[in-house]
Design a protein around this ligand. Structure first.
Ligand SMILES: NC(=O)c1ccc[n+]([C@@H]2O[C@H](COP(=O)([O-])OP(=O)(O)OC[C@H]3O[C@@H](n4cnc5c(N)ncnc54)[C@H](O)[C@@H]3O)[C@@H](O)[C@H]2O)c1
Ligand SMILES: [Zn+2]
Length: 344
């Protein structure tokens, strides 16, 4: 079938690629209709690796997708041919201690699209467990459905942040993930969500949402601004979504006493922590790794009008132009959030 294959670093080609997938009793086959380009896809494209995950064989890219069910296994219930679904890209082992313990995202055996050596889903069809496919509410498009994957990360961050209605939040980093964490925190009940970045264009997009207040830390001091805005108390919740080591350890000072911090941004290497400060202020730290049970919630929030996701799809390419789409995404235009590829 036609697929976008990463053959080597910076060598991408649409080709007819042999894929041998059988539809098991609990699987569905999906004709892919839209697939977003993620930061991780760009890392594999430009560098061929993320940490220990190294692309050694040709690999199909893409893990943020939606499509139409065209075949289903005999034991599948609650899904019909023709359903437009988005897919959760990681399949955990069903009986691992992590899955049984409720943290299926942490299963070390998870099979996750476009994470070497596993092929991604930027191809004509994929076969996937029906339980990891989520029917999109009426009116949602495939492109919006493909956005449920990054939105699921925002939802997970908000969930781990244990929001009480009326909380104030600060999200650090207004990239795709930070912006989606901010809209999730707002939809989750925060009264005001501050978002900081050093790029005005990113802040312009995030700040176009109601309730989200941009802070350009290239121009103003983050701690001073947060303290001014919160009567010297600090915010209830901080979501770190920049992945920049430079923000450590200072940003913790923006949390109020008893506040929570959720670490989303990833990095290589270590960062300093002011343990006494965290203890003295009773600040608790959570981390997230991907998500659990978040896709249907993400779609429900979009469908309910609580999150406008369309706004973040900056440019759409046809599948035949997928290489150009990757080059465009890799150029890192500051006013671009999500680059989407649509399949006929
Ligand atoms: N924990 C998880 O499961 C998970 C999942 C997906 C992504 N991530 C991580 O989330 C982070 C964000 O991902 P993304 O796709 O939005 O990346 P991105 O590069 O689009 O966004 C990062 C943003 O942080 C901003 N930034 C850089 N330095 C800053 C600073 N000092 N202060 C404020 N903002 C600053 C950048 O200008 C950029 O807008 C990455 O580290 C990524 O690896 C984590
Ligand atoms: Zn992604």
């Amino acid at each position: 079938m036609k697929a976008l294959v990463l053959e080597a670093v910076k060598k991408l080609r649409i080709q007819d690629y042999p894929i041998n997938e059988t539809v098991g009793p609990y699987d569905v086959k999906i004709a892919i209709k839209a697939c977003g380009i993620c930061g991780s896809d760009i890392h594999y494209y430009l560098e061929g690796a993320i940490g220990d995950f190294v692309v050694k064989e040709p690999m199909i890219l893409g893990h943020e997708a939606a499509g139409i069910i065209v075949e289903k296994g005999e034991k599948v219930t609650g899904a019909a041919l023709g359903d437009l679904v988005c897919m959760e890209p990681g399949i955990p082992a069903p009986f691992s201690p992590e899955t049984l313990g409720g943290n299926y995202n942490l299963d070390p055996e998870v099979v996750f699209w476009a994470t070497p050596p596993i092929h991604g889903c930027l191809r004509e069809t994929v076969t996937h467990p029906a339980r990891f496919c989520f029917k999109l509410p009426q009116g949602m498009t495939a492109a919006e459905g493909a956005m449920m994957e990054p939105l699921a990360i925002g939802i997970e961050a908000a969930k781990k942040g244990r929001i009480t209605p009326g909380d104030t939040a600060l999200v650090i980093g207004a990239g795709t993930i930070g912006t989606l964490a901010a809209v999730s925190a707002s939809a989750g009940g925060c009264s005001r969500v501050f978002i900081s970045d050093v790029k005005a264009e990113k802040l312009g997009i995030a700040g176009s949402y109601p309730n989200i207040i941009p802070i350009n830390t290239g121009k103003t001091n983050l701690l001073d601004t947060i303290m001014q805005e919160t009567g010297g108390r600090g915010v209830d919740l901080i979501i770190e979504a920049s992945g920049s080591p430079k923000v450590y350890p200072d940003f913790f000072r923006c949390a109020r006493r008893g506040g929570r911090v959720v670490l989303v941004g990833m990095m290589n290497g270590t960062v300093p922590l002011d343990v006494a400060l965290l203890q003295g202020r009773g600040i608790s730290i959570e981390t997230i790794f991907r998500y659990t049970n978040a896709f249907d919630r993400a779609a429900a929030l979009v469908s309910a009008g609580k999150i406008d996701i369309k706004r973040l799809i900056s440019k759409t390419f046809a599948f035949d132009d997928a290489v150009a789409a990757y080059e465009y995404a890799a150029a890192g235009h500051p006013d671009v959030v999500k680059v989407m590829i649509e399949l006929a």
